[in-house]
Design a protein around this ligand. Structure first.
Ligand code: G3I
Length: 445
């Protein structure tokens, strides 16, 4: 038996408990019925050989077993989609296809990417992402419809108080309308709270606020609901994770904002907690947990939308970075995933080879030693980092498996195709009429 056929001590303990409850068969204790035939690792190495990470060992498979969605931000231009429908040998493509059950475009669905001019749209990269997701049975989040950043250069010249409402309406109709029925959730309004701007309501003094007043938020949600009634409409923000005075205050303003929207019958369904965390300094705690529960009290789901861990202020080599990053993943996901209204976690990228933290030249991203950051579940070589295993363990221990007896019966990736799609309950059948237009039905918890 290969070492990878054995369970870790933690997995053994969990399996033993489930055997005791009659949920799993005794073979589980040998790791045999969960790990039948491991698909080959595409990039073999001694450390990877010891623990599998594809097929049934992927993040996607482990998340599916507990009724959560796990995924990542992706760059459509980097995805390799062979025209014959066959497999790609590109490691970025393999990781995105094999590890993610839900995708979001890192940049391709922002105004600046979609709107080269006031009268033209560039949907090609976003269309490619939807085609990729349909091929691999993945959900798609939309990011975003209304944000103060990444507005096209022409916006400042064209937008006025008179036409801003129809600019916003037309954009949302065109974009959300184009992908209607195929989007799990839309970040309708992004980062609208910014306390330093000094307003009593905590709102950011954004171009949208200047043009339309604070009502722009409600307008955007109403336009989005008309354009895509099926998508879960989301308010998304950052720096609301910690219990520091600044982040506690911002989190309070976000809570008041979404409570106001909810009370007014605005069709908001979820809050996105971006989760750009730091390896050093304060960590998320009780205040965040309470926030998630406060959102549950008004029937809002929670998505961890942009998880990564910044090590710019952490001295030490790659091993030190990896250990610290993994510890943050473990503690953070251990804190929040057990909350029943938390439904999805997406990392902001899949591999350290493509992360904004290694692209930015800002002081809060660049390490003093010049080393690359390692914020994601896969490293520059597309091998799993300690954060991968921390994330997978956190998924395993987040809640009871949804259909325990079916864990071992889940479709397995055929040997030789390490990133074959997994069946997501309710996914459109490839090749059937309407494929790509029917949203996969999320599993019920
Ligand atoms: O498109 C140009 C390209 O033409 C040019 O060659 C290149 C040269 O640097 O720049 C390209 O644009 C960059 C774009 O990323 C695509 O790479 C922009 O300068 C750069 O500002 C932009 O950064 C993105 C940033 O949002 C602003 O949109 C990051 O990749 C992206 O990770 C980041 O994501 C945001 C979320 O949307 C919201 N939450 C915070 C998160 C991190 O800042």
């Amino acid at each position: 038996m290969r070492r990878s056929d054995w369970l870790t001590r933690r997995e053994f303990g969990r399996a033993a408990a489930l055997v005791g409850m009659g949920v799993l068969g005794p073979l589980s204790l040998l790791g045999r019925d969960r790990k039948k035939k491991l698909p080959p690792d595409t990039l073999p190495s001694p450390q990877v050989e010891a623990r599998g990470f594809v097929g049934p060992d992927s993040l996607r498979s482990h998340a599916q077993a507990v009724g959560l969605f796990v995924g990542c931000a992706a760059v459509p231009e980097l995805l390799d989609m062979p025209l014959d429908g066959g497999s790609s040998s590109d490691p970025y493509t393999q990781r995105v296809a094999g590890q993610a059950g839900i995708l979001v475009a890192e940049n391709s669905m922002k105004w600046s990417a979609l709107r080269p001019s006031p009268s033209t749209y560039n949907f090609a990269p976003a269309d490619k992402l939807f085609a990729f997701a349909a091929r691999y049975g993945q959900l798609v989040r939309g990011h975003n419809l209304c944000w103060h950043e990444q507005l096209p250069a022409w916006f400042a010249q064209v937008a006025t108080q008179d036409n801003a409402r129809s600019l916003l309406e037309q954009h949302i109709q065109s974009v959300a309308g184009r992908y209607a029925g195929r989007v799990h959730s839309w970040d309708v309004v992004n980062e609208a709270v910014h306390i330093p701007d000094g307003r009593a309501d905590g709102l950011r003094n954004s171009p949208w606020l200047q043009l339309l007043g604070p009502g722009y938020i409600e307008m955007a949600f109403q336009f989005a609901a008309l354009a895509d009634p099926a998508a879960k409409l989301t308010y998304n923000d950052y720096d609301i994770e910690l219990d520091t005075p600044e982040q506690t205050a911002k989190r309070g303003q976000v809570l008041m904002l979404v409570r106001r929207l909810h009370a007014r019958g605005v069709p908001i369904r979820a809050v996105g907690i971006q989760s750009h965390l730091q390896a050093s300094g304060p960590q998320p705690g009780a205040g965040l947990k309470q926030f998630i529960r406060d959102l549950a009290a008004i029937d809002l789901e929670v998505y961890l939308t942009e998880l990564d861990v910044n090590t710019h202020a952490l001295p030490g080599g790659p091993d030190v970075q990896d250990a610290a990053v993994a510890a943050v993943y473990k503690n953070y996901l251990g804190l929040v995933l057990p909350e029943p209204n938390v439904k999805a976690v997406l990392t902001w990228g899949i591999s350290d080879a493509h992360t904004w933290l290694n692209q930015s030249r800002q002081s809060w991203a660049v390490r003093p030693d010049g080393a690359r950051q390692r914020p994601l579940p896969f490293d520059d070589m597309y091998l799993p980092t300690a954060a991968f295993f921390a994330m997978r363990d956190a998924l395993d221990f987040s809640r009871m498996p949804i259909m325990p007896n079916d864990i071992t019966a889940q479709p397995q990736a055929p040997v030789g195709d390490p990133y074959a799609p997994f069946a997501v309950p309710g996914s459109p059948v490839p090749g059937s009429p309407g494929t790509g237009n029917t949203p996969p039905t999320p599993p019920q918890l």
